[in-house]
Design a protein around this ligand. Structure first.
Ligand code: NAD
Length: 490
């Protein structure tokens, strides 16, 4: 009997008012391990009312006191890293090491948000006119919500939630319906914090719950991470409803290899980037653009590095590449590889039909490398979100940059070289929000914004860092004259 995941609203575990459920599947075994409610307008109504009701007291709690909860939140997560990471691996598929790495990223964002008393400090100008002072104060918006994707069940809500709470907002987390168990366990553990009821809520569900968030008058700010088509819908609908929105979308990240790049480290790093998390990472290397002689130096080495990656169940310590999230995703990846071959790509390594002993039903896709990818074809332009690397070939760095910039996405772009001026030109000219120089996954630390450009991001302020503080506060300018002082002077 599979348990139905509950919502956490107003400090209590409650059943969803929706009678329908989605199955939650372990992608390594294809077995259903839980059921999650589809969610409904009434669930969001309850969560939004609970968060709105808790807001007045929470915003009047000094920031120095609010962050005491965050210090303990960090300790709780760290004390339960292994347990949370195992749940993540079993519903999401990634390896145990990858799940634990997510925990580190989540905790770093809590640590950053613990600096909120200083981060909320603002500008002050004395005597803007005689006896008149002017200053800015930052105040919370009210109720915030985040809607997250399946591929980072632990980390992504922490790009937003700790900052929102630290700034004095109350909050609703809506995990992906494909991986709801990890955040449910985190919320169970966070009960130990004894946060005032309603400050932090969690609602499960899919489309209906999300659309109710976008429409709810008591929700002021929305952080979304997921595919570009949904990100656009979130941004357009929620901004039309007067909400503040940051919506991170999909990606197709190019990596440029110059002929002078260090061969061994370059292929090791690119293979980790392309095949880690089974390629289900918005910063994954998806295309390698080889410049000139790089083709002869790197192609075979890359294929060897890809072959060395072992597919397997994420809790098996020898596995490097876990399964993809579900059968639909596996089929989609197979189809895209097939289309790429029809378009003329050469198969250097074919990961279709990877079978793992003891996990024969799992949704595994082995590392796949396609070369001579057709410009403008599916492998070049479509976000595959699987362990598939396409190789393209150009003669010059200028051509490589032009090719990178033709993409509709702009999440990240990386270059491998020993030449400083090539690296500088690349970082200056490339139209992407996160740039790696001899780095395979250009993931910003918590104290930098998680930038994204073009169709990888809709909004103005990004997640993490000071951006998150600005996103979850509004500025109030005060111009102040005290009469006694004014009369004394004149
Ligand atoms: P998704 O867009 O299918 O789902 C994301 C969230 O949106 C989920 O919570 C889901 O319930 C909700 N949702 C899905 N369809 C909806 C609809 N029609 N209406 C309203 N809500 C809907 O994304 P996913 O498959 O879970 O995640 C993978 C995608 O996320 C990839 O495209 C990946 O690049 C992207 N991603 C981007 C970043 C980034 O930082 N830019 C980070 C991680 C993942």
């Amino acid at each position: 009997m599979n348990t139905i995941q509950k919502n956490f609203i107003a400090g209590r575990w409650v059943e969803s008012k929706s009678k329908n459920t989605f199955p939650v599947t372990n992608p390594a075994t294809a077995r259903t391990i839980a059921l999650v409610p589809e969610g409904c307008i009434e669930d969001i109504e309850d969560a939004a009312s609970s968060a709105a009701g808790a807001w007045e007291d929470w915003r009047n709690t000094p920031a120095t006191r609010r962050i005491q909860y965050l210090f303990r939140m960090k300790q709780i997560l760290e004390a339960h890293t292994g347990e949370i990471a195992e749940i993540c691996t079993n519903e999401c598929g990634k390896t145990f090491a990858e799940s634990k790495a997510e925990m580190v990223r989540a905790v770093e964002n809590i640590e950053m948000a613990c600096g909120i008393p200083a981060l909320l400090q603002s500008e002050f100008s004395e005597d803007v006119a005689t006896g008149i002072d002017e200053f800015v104060i930052r105040q919370p918006l009210g109720v915030g919500a985040c809607i997250s994707p399946f591929n980072f069940p632990i980390m992504i809500p922490f790009w937003f939630m700790p900052y929102a709470l630290a700034c004095g907002n109350t909050y609703i987390v809506k995990p992906s319906e494909k991986v709801p168990m990890t955040m449910t366990r985190i919320f169970e553990l966070l009960q130990e914090l004894e946060l005032p009821a309603g400050v932090l809520n969690m609602v499960h569900g899919g489309k209906e719950a999300v659309n109710a968030i976008l429409a709810h008058p008591k929700i002021s700010a929305i952080s979304f991470v997921g595919s570009t088509s949904v990100a656009k819908h979130i941004y357009q609908t929620a901004t039309a409803n007067g909400k503040r929105v940051q919506a991170q979308g999909g990606a197709k990240n190019p990596i440029v290899i110059m002929p002078d790049a260090d061969p061994d480290t370059t292929v090791r790093i690119i293979a980790d980037s392309a095949f880690g998390c089974a390629g289900q990472r918005c910063l994954a290397a998806s295309l390698v653009i080889m410049v000139g002689e790089a083709r002869t130096i790197f192609t075979e080495k890359l294929v060897e590095a890809a072959k060395a990656k072992r597919c397997g169940y994420g809790m098996d310590p020898s596995a490097d590449v876990g399964p993809v999230i579900n059968i639909e995703s596996q089929n989609r990846i197979y189809n895209l590889i097939g289309q790429g071959i029809e378009e003329g790509s050469k198969v250097l390594l074919d990961g279709r039909n990877a079978t793992i002993k003891g996990f024969e039903d799992g949704y595994f896709v082995g590392p796949t490398v396609l070369s001579d990818v057709k410009k403008g074809g599916v492998i070049h332009t479509t976000e595959i979100f699987g362990p598939v690397l396409g190789l393209l070939h150009v003669d010059t760095l200028d051509e490589a940059i032009t090719m990178a910039n033709e993409s509709r996405y702009g999440n990240s772009a990386c270059i491998f070289t020993r030449n400083g001026s090539a690296a500088r030109k690349f970082r200056h000219d490339v139209l992407a929000g996160n740039i790696g120089v001899n780095i395979g996954v250009a993931a910003p630390m918590a104290f930098f914004p998680f930038s994204g450009w073009k169709e990888s991001f809709f909004g103005d302020l990004h997640g993490q860092s000071r951006h998150a503080v600005e996103f979850y506060t509004q500025t109030k300018v005060v111009i102040e004259r005290w009469h006694d002082e004014w009369t004394r002077k004149f």
